[in-house]
Design a protein around this ligand. Structure first.
Ligand code: NAD
Length: 289
């Protein structure tokens, strides 16, 4: 069996197309979406990511500004900068580019972002709402995985979904998103660094989602025949970008598979834009600054 390769760019284009008409309606009401990103120090990866965000925003007529603060910025200075953005009515969405320098506690800073401007869906207020299924703003990568699963049109009801990786932006919120329907939900299992027998779990997965950051972690013989495989991992190996799954082996066994690059990545960016518009639609969290 040769898997159907899921085209993340195509899914992302469709999401952006749908957003265009929403943005037109919002602009007709005199509201302009405006995203501000804050980057501390000159991390190369963060710069590339910010460049991609800017390009995606411009495509849809969302204005974008990258604030580059010096490496020497203190925790207090950075938090104050975020509080100013919270107060500015022209700023409708805020992103703190990660990683931040080691003297800064990034999570503490992210908590200062007003929940209704939290386009990355990582503020405790928004994460907390996920528990109740009120997930207007959720972490973009977890939302991207849900969109990709939806695109396969395969019902998840009662399926065994195994997630490898339990981070705050992928594995943990994904479990909550997967469990949102009381009658249609799959049965999620989350594996992580302390999981004793990873292959035992992956082999029984109807759907396998891998978000670790280790090239070659998932081999073909660790998959169930016909599984849906979503590879979130991004690794640079010999100047090439690869995922966590050995693609050439997995493609022979899976029913659907995401490539890296061109799978989860573009959909994640599209979900950032979707969250940006959700903030404007007034449907997002409205916790205090
Ligand atoms: P993280 O470092 O926060 O978490 C890694 C997880 O992997 C942890 O839960 C850890 O317990 C688990 N893990 C580590 N080694 C393991 C092992 N041998 N077996 C099983 N589990 C193991 O990572 P993250 O921020 O969630 O990112 C994970 C990967 O996804 C990275 O490669 C990152 O670059 C990528 N990523 C991609 C996108 C995208 O849009 N495509 C977005 C976010 C992250």
């Amino acid at each position: 069996m040769e898997a159907k390769i899921i085209d993340g760019n195509q899914i992302a284009s469709k999401i952006k197309q749908d957003l265009r008409s929403e943005i037109d309606k919002i602009k007709a009401q005199g509201i302009s979406p405006h995203l501000e990103a804050v980057m501390v120090g000159g991390n190369q990866g963060a710069k590339i990511y910010a460049g991609n965000q800017e390009k995606a925003c411009k495509e849809l007529g969302i204005s974008y500004k990258l604030n580059e603060l010096p490496e020497s910025t203190s925790q207090k200075e950075l938090e104050d900068f975020i509080l100013q953005l919270n107060k500015n009515p022209k700023v409708t969405g805020i992103i703190l580019q990660m990683p931040v320098p080691s003297h800064i506690n990034g999570r503490e800073v992210q908590m200062k972002i007003c929940p209704s401007k939290d386009v990355e869906g990582i503020h405790p207020f928004n994460i907390g709402k996920l528990i109740y299924g009120e997930n207007v703003l959720a972490p973009c990568t977890a939302l991207a995985v849900m969109e990709i699963l939806k695109s396969t049109k395969v019902s998840l009801k009662g399926k065994e979904v195994v997630i490898v990786g339990h981070s705050e932006i992928v594995g943990k919120p994904l479990v909550l998103l997967l469990l949102q329907s009381s009658l249609e939900s799959p049965t999620p299992t989350v594996c992580h660094i302390a999981t004793k027998d990873l292959a035992f779990h992956t082999k029984r997965a109807d759907v396998l989602i891998v978000a670790v950051g280790k090239a070659g972690l998932i081999k073909g013989d660790m998959l169930k025949e016909g599984a849906i495989v979503i590879d979130v991992g991004i690794n640079r190996v010999n100047n090439k970008i690869v995922g966590d799954v050995i693609f050439d082996e997995a493609v022979k066994k899976a029913s659907f598979i995401t490539p890296v690059p061109g799978g989860v990545g573009p959909v994640t960016t599209a979900m950032l834009l979707k969250n940006t518009i959700a903030c404007l639609a007034g449907t997002a969290g409205s916790g205090k600054e």
